[in-house]
Design a protein around this ligand. Structure first.
Ligand SMILES: [Zn+2]
Length: 139
């Protein structure tokens, strides 16, 4: 797999490495969380504290331990973690292609404010909403 090569290439150009660092950190965190979910580790903290707001689509006050004790919520959580990790990896891919910050849907530049809030975004708000509708996602 060319992941290593791609990463090395992306890290070589120092300019604008901030979103990449944040995305890599997000990815590591999501992998860690996914592992913890698998082990059903009881973390008695609000989920958003644990995730640092990385995961979208989970109610803010959801407690991870509580979520994991409920099979259905736990499955949803694992699903969301997967989905979010996928999105982060997609953004990293775009970064390596030099297309980071360009909407996958309409090809226009994604507003900087959106990227600061959601660094893994690969679509503008309009295209993301459209895509979510097509794919049946509510996040
Ligand atoms: Zn768009």
């Amino acid at each position: 797999m060319s992941l290593e090569g791609g990463l090395a290439m992306a890290t070589r150009k120092k300019k604008g490495s901030a979103p990449e660092e944040r995305l890599e950190a997000d990815r590591r965190l999501l992998e860690l969380l996914a592992a913890q979910c698998g082990e059903e580790a009881g973390l008695h903290r609000p989920l958003n504290d644990v995730t640092g707001g990385v995961i979208t689509g989970i109610p803010e006050e959801t407690d991870l331990a509580q979520a994991l004790s409920d099979r259905e919520t736990s499955d949803l959580l694992v699903h969301l973690l997967d989905q979010n990790r996928e999105q982060v990896e997609r953004a990293l891919e775009r970064l390596r292609e030099g297309a980071y910050g360009i909407c996958e849907g309409c090809g226009r530049r994604i507003p900087g404010a959106r990227l600061r809030y959601q660094p893994a975004a690969t679509r503008c708000v309009e295209c993301q909403a459209h895509w979510d509708r097509i794919n049946g996602r509510t996040a």
